[in-house]
Design a protein around this ligand. Sequence first.
Ligand code: HEM
Length: 249
Amino acid sequence: MTLSAPVPPVPTDVPTGSVAWLRANVARFSNGPDHVRRRALAVSLLEPIGDLREKAFARTQGIVAALDDFDVMAEVARPVPVGVLASALGLPDVSADVALVAAAYHPHVTPGAAAEAALGRLIEACGGADERAAARIGLLVQACDATAGLIGNELSAWLSGKPVGQPVLSTRRRIDGADVPVPLEGTPFGAGPRACPGSRHATALAAGVFQALQGFRLTETKTVWVSSPNLRMPAQLWVTRGRTADGLC
Ligand code: HEM
């Protein structure tokens, strides 16, 4: 199966603690025994974490209690999953720094100074630049856009009555010496030896967020989508309290 092919390799001779170092030390961009070991490390960090639904519910409620009209993506879908997961991994709320690193995580992006500085703070919070720190940061970065997309897409579909789309559209593999895009259609969490190890956590986080957003409705009828070939998710999703004409809430 195509998804079992290796991922395009990333440079490994890179400055310790840089975004390039993060790529070179996470399961996501590793192959062979490095992938097996780093994936096992990521799984071992995720495994003991219990159901995150209640925590996501409580955190979302705490945020929206003070809000009437707001952008769900900025206020909830981006910060809540990462904040809750960080806490479960024994870290403070590092969601703002994770968002900066997430935007520079993929190898086609040249990281800016803000992303490098944010990664420096994350490494410090994790106690230094080693493979375990990379694994914890990698989990948070992987969770960031993908879970925001899961929440944004499902919420947008739920509130608008339109069909739900999957957030991560494609990935990349090295096949016959070439880096090729591989569509993920029909497999929202991937498949094979690199399938998403965080699917249980992501769905629990999304469920808790939805539960806390009962009673809100969309204020805009037109959603603006993130412009990325790989991600399909609302850039902003404005909601307000109140009952819709057709009683959706
Ligand atoms: C708590 C939230 C999440 C965590 C901690 C997480 C973690 C990870 C990690 C560590 C990997 C790399 C696995 C490897 O290379 O062996 C991965 C891969 C993947 N994740 Fe997640 N993820 C989360 C949420 C999501 C969501 C919401 C989606 C989409 C609906 C998603 C889709 C994927 C896909 C498609 C892959 C495979 C990529 C590939 O095969 O190239 N993840 N995830």
